[in-house]
Design a protein around this ligand. Structure first.
Ligand code: ARG
Length: 459
């Protein structure tokens, strides 16, 4: 026959190039466990509703377990002429159990089959991302706890802005990754409806029980519209969008690590485990893992754009275009999981150079805002005026090549006669950070409060 599945209609087999462009088994074999789980749930339901005999359903159920173990032990022969994972599994099942295997596809289509397989797979990836993000957040909290009151420069425009604490900077990422985690939780909740039973597109005349298969596969409920069920790939797009945002956050911290680990900054020391040497320059320790993490967003966002582009012009319902969803999502998921694991390891192993951080915090006139605030508080100057006075003092210090605390009181009084000795206390970086105790501010007490809030939430 021209084809084992649709040879009735076809006299000739496909061109070799047709087979190459059409077959997805090369990548969708990754869905084997989901495909077999979906088929087992379907067969059990067909028996419960009297559509299949109990003995056929039992043969199918057991045969599918044999197929599963053949795949897992590497004995299974995947065949490109059988196109995809669905036909490969069904064909082998029929070889094993005979006649009963040919009854499995009753009331079902590959359209709802692939929709349920892929949803199950993406749902697992949401769970993996949630677990990975929780571990990463723990690593950041541990860093924050170690250095809740270590002073470092805070930047805007990558120019020194105000002193902040190491713990505060670490906890900023905990907030970002918490939002990422909630996006995966949210996407998971929304995708947790079962498309199985939508059949090709219109539903089926067989008296199937979609609630039963939905429950068996851990879904909250069956999807409510069969046309939507086979043509929806929102769930994959939401996963990719959440992955892209998360990878963007990973990339931002990776960028900071690249900067911070440079000889010019020396804010952190990355461990040997997450760096590489140079084949020619003996002194080098390159932050390759951080650089690759920075680059991973390119692939993940690329996959997101690719799938949007595949989906945007498709009239309802299923079109073969949609087969192009899987490689993008597989690659994005692999990149994300590897990135989360690498970042968790790197953050856990990095060492902050406390003294370098503190020295850097004190340079670049970082306490100029504290000086201006003192003028407002102590001399009742309007803030705009205080800003001007302070700017003049910064210009003076800059012209002398010194920092603000190095100006004498006489020099300060030359700019504003009301300034007293007390000013020097606010120019210290420790006092500066301690004073910023507004909710969510960088004061060590605020940082410790946030750490205490997060720790029980992260288990
Ligand atoms: N391999 C296909 C995919 O990944 C499965 C669904 C095929 N359905 C069909 N009517 N050709 O999308």
């Amino acid at each position: 026959a021209a084809n084992q599945m649709w040879g009735g209609r076809f006299a000739e087999g496909p061109d070799a190039i047709m087979q190459a462009i059409n077959a997805s088994i090369g990548f969708d074999k990754r869905l084997y466990a989901q495909d077999i789980a979906g088929s087992r749930a379907h067969a059990a339901m067909l028996a419960a509703t009297g559509i299949l005999t109990d003995s056929d359903a039992r043969a199918i159920g057991e045969g599918l377990l044999t197929v599963l173990s053949e795949i897992e032990s590497g004995q299974f022969q995947f065949k490109v002429e059988l196109e995809d994972i669905h036909l490969n599994v069904e064909s082998r099942l029929t070889e094993i159990v005979g006649e009963a295997g040919k009854r499995l596809h009753t009331g079902r289509s590959r359209n709802d089959q692939v929709a349920v397989d892929f949803r199950l797979w993406v749902r697992d990836q949401c769970d993996a991302a949630i677990t990975g993000l929780t571990g990463l957040m723990r690593a950041f909290v541990a860093q924050a706890e170690a250095g809740a009151d270590w002073v470092m420069p805070g930047f805007t425009h990558l120019q020194t802005a105000q002193p902040v604490t190491w713990g505060h900077h670490m906890m900023a990422y905990v907030e970002m990754f918490a939002r990422d985690r909630s996006r995966f939780e949210d996407a998971r909740r929304r995708m947790n409806e079962c498309p199985l039973g939508a059949a090709a597109l219109a539903g089926t005349g067989f008296p199937i029980d979609r609630h039963m298969t939905a429950a068996a596969l851990g879904f909250d409920r069956p999807t409510a519209n069969s046309l939507d069920s086979v043509s929806d790939r929102d769930f994959a797009l939401e996963f990719l969008a959440a992955s892209s945002i998360c990878a963007m956050h990973l990339s931002r911290f990776a960028e900071e690590l690249v900067i911070w680990s440079s000889a010019q900054f020396r804010f952190v020391r990355l461990s040997d485990k997450w760096t590489t040497g140079s084949s020619i320059m003996p002194q080098k320790k390159n932050p390759d893992a951080a650089e690759l993490l920075r680059a991973k967003l390119g692939r993940i966002l690329g996959a997101t754009v690719a799938l949007f582009t595949v989906m945007k012009g498709l009239a309802l319902t299923y079109s073969k275009d949609m087969q192009e969803d899987k490689e993008q999502v597989f690659d994005a998921a692999d990149s994300l999981m590897l990135g989360l694991a690498a970042m968790t390891g790197m953050v856990g192993d990095m060492t902050a150079n406390r003294d370098t951080l503190k020295a850097a915090a004190a340079s670049g006139f970082s306490t100029a805002t504290d000086l201006a605030d003192w003028l407002v508080r102590s001399l009742n100057l309007p803030f705009r005026e205080a800003h001007h006075v302070t700017g003049t003092l910064v210009a003076l210090a800059e012209s002398k090549g010194c920092d603000l605390p190095d100006l004498s009181l006489a020099e300060m009084n030359g700019v504003h006669p009301g300034i007293t000795q007390e000013i020097y206390s606010v120019l210290g970086v420790e006092n500066s950070v301690r004073s910023r105790m507004s909710y969510g501010g960088t004061a060590p007490d605020q940082v410790r409060a946030q750490i205490a809030r997060w720790k029980p939430l992260l288990g």
